[in-house]
Unconditional design. Structure first.
Length: 277
């Protein structure tokens, strides 16, 4: 007897927290660029009673994603998709950020949108950073949302010579994630499925620790100190919202982004975190 399948790309703390909420009684495929990361999360979840298969995937490669989908379909219908894969501005260069966080996410949305079952749902983990950059023009937003994935990195806005630094690349990628989720929601809806994104702030994970110990560490530490919540978040707080969005209780929610940052973005625009002019 086949089970419904949950596919998680990005074997980290946020992805695992979400998969634990929605994966009981389902087959869970955990895919990561580093198979050792997938194996580690799979071991933790298997020992907790979940039915898990670890796999290697390169989300910036369409053939690799298609191979992942093939493996998933052999286990059953793909009911839920969670993308928590990505690199941070302190971990990667401009090209890597655009290739993985922007182009790779676009590929995942397109390919899983072709196979998600009726009644299925997906979540893309974006970032508060996409909310921080200056507003783009409606034309730029539309290009990020609707340009074919294979042409995304040829847009003027995504060309390396127009990217200031790794943070700017990350912001562009995360803005693109949110806009593409909006556009893909139309296509997913044609299959009777839903897709949303979540934009977390500082969530205490190994990736966040890299940022806190990196060149912008003092900025990030001050950011959550000066936010209304006064602290960083934890992965389970992201999972609380993802569980809603992936469940029947969220059946009227699609094509949207939910910002979970303890109010840091609000403080950035209207509070003590406002940039000095």
């Amino acid at each position: 007897m086949t089970k419904e399948v949950v596919v998680l790309t990005g074997a980290g703390q946020i992805g695992m927290a979400i998969a634990r909420r929605v994966g009981n009684g389902k087959k869970i495929l955990i895919a990561d660029w580093k198979i050792e990361n997938a194996n580690k999360i799979a071991k933790i979840m298997s020992e907790a009673g979940y039915d898990v298969i670890p796999l290697k995937v390169d989300i910036s490669s369409k053939p690799s994603i298609q191979e992942l989908i093939k493996s998933a379909k052999q286990e059953g219908e793909i009911a839920l998709f969670i993308n928590a894969a990505g690199v941070s501005p302190s971990q990667a260069n401009i090209e890597e950020i655009l290739k993985i966080d922007l182009y790779g996410t676009a590929l995942l949305l397109e390919e899983f949108g072709k196979v998600i079952k009726k009644g299925g749902a997906g979540i893309i983990i974006a970032s508060q950073s996409g909310h921080r950059m200056p507003a783009l023009t409606p034309e730029q937003d539309k290009l990020l949302a609707t340009t074919l994935s294979e042409q995304l990195l040829q847009l003027e806005i995504t060309k390396k010579e127009n990217i200031i630094d790794t943070l700017h690349a990350y912001q562009i990628a995360k803005r693109c994630n949110v806009k593409r989720v909006m556009a893909e929601a139309i296509l997913w809806g044609q299959r009777g499925a839903r897709i949303n994104s979540i934009s977390p702030g500082i969530i205490m994970t190994p990736l966040a620790l890299d940022e806190l110990n990196g060149p912008r560490g003092d900025f990030y530490k001050n950011m959550f100190k000066q936010s209304p919540a006064g602290r960083p978040g934890i992965a389970d707080e992201v999972a609380n919202v993802a569980e809603l969005l992936l469940s029947e209780r969220g059946s009227f929610i699609t094509g949207t982004d939910i910002l979970i940052d303890g109010g840091a973005t609000a403080s950035y625009f209207y509070g003590p975190l406002q940039p000095s002019t």
